[in-house]
Design a binder for this molecule. Structure first.
Ligand code: CA
Length: 220
């Protein structure tokens, strides 16, 4: 199981990252300052770091510099602000492997984490099959039985979450945090709207409603 160090001082975003990454099967350690990040990366073993740039003490650039200057090669994904183009460039030049711009969707971060953790020489299957649904994660094509279906990127991300948990009831909150991110209010009905879109495209009975609990992809 891969271990991820989350370096973020904003509680809301830390919890969002931790919940999502744990649900995806990762072990997480969270720290809120640059100093703790440098110490933790020295004293413990991680497979990847998610590093916010705006931290209360050392900023993320300095954390990155200290890690790299002692020869630490573990992958680092930086979190940058929307208007922080200079920050992004500086981060990549400073040895970051990738970046995600805030506010981000969890699915986007997870995709980047997976790319960084996947050894170059393994062929992780890029085709996901669950019940009647087939998703090609590389080409972003969806099929229902033999019929191909065009999904928007958001619809595809939602279908992917369902396909990774076939038969399992997923709450609105889980779906919301995986596909949309922390900027949506928990009472938003966007999940229901997109489930409706998916049913229209994949077939009404492919996603079942569990009253009061959420939705599930038919697994048979
Ligand atoms: Ca911050």
């Amino acid at each position: 199981m891969s271990r991820i160090l989350i370096v973020e001082d904003e509680e809301r975003i830390t919890r969002f990252l931790e919940r999502g990454l744990q649900a995806a099967g990762f072990t997480c350690v969270c720290v809120g300052t640059g100093g703790d990040a440098v110490a933790m990366a020295r004293d413990d073993v991680f497979d990847l770091v998610v590093l916010d740039l705006g931290l209360p003490d050392l900023d993320g650039h300095e954390v990155l510099r200290r890690l790299r200057s002692r020869g630490e090669r573990l992958p680092v994904i930086i979190l940058t602000a929307r208007d922080g183009v200079d920050d992004t460039v500086r981060g990549l030049e400073g040895g970051a492997d990738d970046y995600v711009t805030k506010p981000f969707r969890f699915a986007e971060l997870l995709a980047r984490v997976r790319v960084r953790l996947r050894p170059a020489d393994t062929h992780e299957s890029t085709v996901l099959r669950a019940g009647p649904v087939t998703l090609d994660l590389r080409t972003r094509r969806a099929q229902i039985g033999d019929r191909s279906v065009n999904l928007t990127s958001r619809e595809f991300a939602l279908a992917e979450v369902f396909a990774r948990h076939p038969g399992q009831v997923l709450s609105r909150e889980q779906l919301l945090s995986h596909v949309w991110g922390y900027d949506f209010a928990p009472d938003s009905n966007v999940v229901d709207v997109y489930v409706r879109y998916l049913r229209r495209k994949l077939g009404a009975d492919v996603i079942e409603t569990e009253r009061g609990m959420g939705y599930r992809l038919r697994a048979d």
